[in-house]
Design a protein around this ligand. Structure first.
Ligand SMILES: Cc1ncc(C[n+]2csc(CCOP(=O)(O)OP(=O)(O)O)c2C)c(N)n1
Length: 673
């Protein structure tokens, strides 16, 4: 449908959508940066979606049963800001729009999550939003199964562009959504055939409709500028039990001289182009000036859900007190009161029985007590359930037929799993955890970085955390991964030394509300080191004295995870020679960094030589060896210097020199002995 026909046949719709288009043009021009073309192309879809279908109330942005709208093509963020402003979200003022992309404004270039109400998630890295939406839709199904359709029944809508569909993660997401028959997921594909380098045809000739259909989706193709076609397609999508993809044929930068070109993708700032487009639109208003009748109509759209919100509250109030309290606790992200008592009891049992198990097994033992008291947990694995030890008894499997199941077989889709877990966490009401081999954090990394950036409290259960996995060899042995994870801001990296530290790490991971956690767990069995029960969560300090020197302290051995046992054995060798040695277990560097100076000084005092032991690369360790009162010439590192090899674990530790003997020898060398 061309502009003249639209203006003639649907003048009101045209003007309402034009308001979105003009806000995008004016804001991008004022910022001299941003993306004008996508909002201009998708304004019709957005107008019909928000006014005729989306269940929301601008005054109640946290309504748990609202429909979710995800802008996967996040570069078109001005489309969303325009919608939020026009529909009356309190914090999205016109001033914020005028300050698009400026320091201190809530209108960031790519808003991700948490900058402003009404932003469920939008993604800078293309494809993530689409993959997040799978988690949103799973959360909706899971919560509907728990609380009933009177309390939870909503849709997840996504706008995805050509770029989102080209990204590999889209395939993982589409396949998972189709397999799980996530019928309340509706994706609009902004089929404008343009990316940055030129027409899509220079790099892609996929039949996207066929791809979605092959994965079990309901597919439709429409003119993305025709309001009635858009409306009818959304109605049909909602009626179909499969997830739906609506291919919306649109024109990028509609009505401008940059229409249908890659120039139209970016910032349109040329005053003549903007003036000419205003004329084509019949928009005779100053920049940022929205006529009162149009603003009023949009404000009404933002209020359409108000009454439904009130009746929803009544229905929630109709639940028993216990059910209401559970619902509210789950959506507040609060832990059940008995969690720490439960963890304490397990720790006591573990220090009494001193199991010699892998920390991946310890993690399962912890989950066996957590999952029954936290109905909000949703576990899973990327096809390594038996290795990651993530499935506990009675959890049940999440399938199209059994939505109450709390365990997801994500398939061999690490990136899709991580992105879906972000969606689960951001939806609210559920707490996702998922496992794979730690070296495959590389595959999940795009989404793991966004967990950190968005503050999504996802728990990554990363097992097989070093050469200790043995014969699977160097492709499977993480070497640089700890350093990479520790380098990521707002990520807690836990590498527990035994069962007790594993229990403490799980408690801390679940306590975090805006920080993801990575649990780095061993494949090989480890002895219980904490034989004396302590109620306090020692891992919460990040590092602590595991064993004190007898007599004068001459050496401090620092270690994490499986190498704490190595350090303990090295300490025994040194102590046998009269060299007083302390072992410091450092299960979480990030938490140790947050401790005050006095505590850090108690754990790492000046004077003694320091040797760090970790079956990973040295990168990062110098902070603890040279810093914190340490000295370069009095410190050493025992760990990995290259990739691993295929052999039994004990042989690898021996051959690669990560042993008690090597650790003790390094300490002695630095003591000049
Ligand atoms: C993972 C990732 N790679 C590259 C980019 C840079 N980028 C932003 S938009 C874009 C082109 C997207 O084309 P399309 O989805 O068709 O958007 P449209 O041109 O319709 O606005 C690219 C390559 C990105 N944001 N994320």
């Amino acid at each position: 449908m061309d502009i003249a026909t639209l203006r003639a046949t649907a003048p009101d719709h045209w003007n309402r959508a034009a308001a979105l288009r003009m806000l995008a043009m004016d804001a991008v021009a004022a910022a001299n940066s941003g993306h004008t073309g996508m909002p201009m192309g998708m304004a019709d879809v957005a107008t019909v979606l928000y006014s005729r279908h989306l269940k929301f109330s601008a005054a109640n942005p946290d309504w748990p049963d609202r429909d979710r709208f995800i802008l996967s093509a996040g570069h078109g963020s001005m489309l969303l800001y325009g919608l939020l402003h026009l529909t009356g979200y309190a914090d999205m003022t016109l001033d914020q729009i005028r300050n698009f992309r400026q320091w201190g404004s809530i209108t960031a270039g790519h808003p991700e999550y948490g900058h402003a109400k009404g932003i469920e998630t939008t993604t800078g890295p293309l494809g993530q939003g689409l993959a997040n939406s799978v988690g949103f839709a799973i959360a909706e199904e899971a919560l509907r199964a728990r609380f009933g359709a009177k309390i939870i029944e909503h849709h997840t809508y996504v706008i995805a562009g050509d770029g989102c569909l080209m990204e590999g993660v889209s395939q993982e997401a589409i396949a998972l959504a189709g397999h799980q028959k996530l019928g309340k997921l509706v994706v609009f594909w902004d089929n404008n055939k343009i990316t940055i380098d030129g027409p899509v045809s220079i790099s892609d000739s996929t039949d996207q409709m066929a791809r979605f259909a092959a994965s079990g989706w309901h597919v439709q193709a429409i003119d993305g500028h025709d309001p009635e076609a858009i409306d009818a397609a959304i109605t049909a999508a909602k009626a179909d039990p499969r997830p739906s993809m609506i291919a919306c044929k649109t024109h990028i930068a509609l009505g401008s001289s940059a229409q249908d070109t890659s120039k139209g993708h970016g910032a349109l700032t040329d005053p003549k182009l903007i003036a000419d487009t205003r004329a084509v639109y019949g928009w005779h208003h100053a920049p940022f000036d929205i006529p009162a009748d149009i603003k009023e109509w949009w404000t009404g759209v933002g209020q359409q859900g108000d009454a439904r919100f009130i009746t929803w509250q009544d229905r929630l109030g109709g639940l028993s007190d216990n059910r209401q309290a559970l619902f509210n606790r789950m959506f507040a992200g609060e832990l059940p009161k008995n969690l720490s008592g439960t963890i304490r009891a397990l720790k006591k049992q573990m220090s009494d029985s001193a199991p010699k198990v892998a920390t991946r097994k310890s993690s399962e033992m912890v989950l066996e007590v957590i999952n029954p008291i936290m109905p909000e947990t949703i576990g899973g694995s990327a096809d390594l359930t038996g290795s990651n030890n993530t499935l506990t008894s009675g959890l049940g499997i999440f399938t199209p037929e059994t939505r109450e199941g709390r365990y997801i077989y994500y398939g061999v889709r690490e990136h899709g799993m991580a992105a879906a877990m972000n969606g689960l966490a951001l939806h609210g009401g559920v707490r996702p955890y998922g496992g794979t081999f730690m070296c495959f954090t590389d595959y999940a990394r795009g989404a793991m970085r966004l967990s950190a950036l968005m503050g999504a409290p996802v728990v990554y259960v990363m097992t097989h955390d070093s050469i200790g996995l043995g014969e699977d060899g160097p492709t499977h042995q993480p070497v640089e991964h700890l350093a990479m994870l520790r380098a990521t801001p707002n990520t807690h990296v836990f590498r527990p030394a035994d069962s007790i530290e594993t229990a403490e790490a799980w408690e801390l991971a679940l306590t975090a509300t805006r920080t993801p956690s990575v649990l780095c767990l061993s494949r090989q069995n480890l002895p219980t080191l904490r034989l004396e029960h302590k109620n306090a969560n020692l891992t919460a300090r990040g590092a602590y004295v595991m064993a004190e020197a007898t007599g004068k302290r001459q050496a401090i051995l620092l270690a994490t995870g499986s190498e704490v046992s190595v350090a303990m054995a090295a300490r025994a060798l040194l102590e046998a020679e009269g060299i007083g040695s302390r072992v410091v277990s450092m299960p979480c560097w990030e938490l140790f960094e947050q401790q005050d100076d006095a505590y850090r000084r108690r754990v790492l005092p000046a004077g003694a030589v320091r040797v760090a032991v970790e079956a990973g690369i040295r990168f990062g360790w110098d902070r603890w060896l040279f810093g914190e009162r340490g000295r370069r010439e009095k410190s050493g590192f025992v760990g990995m210097h290259d990739f691993g090899a295929s052999a039994p674990a004990e042989v690898l530790f021996e051959k690669l020199g990560i042993t008690a003997e090597a650790t003790a020898a390094k300490a002695k060398a630095h003591l000049g002995l």
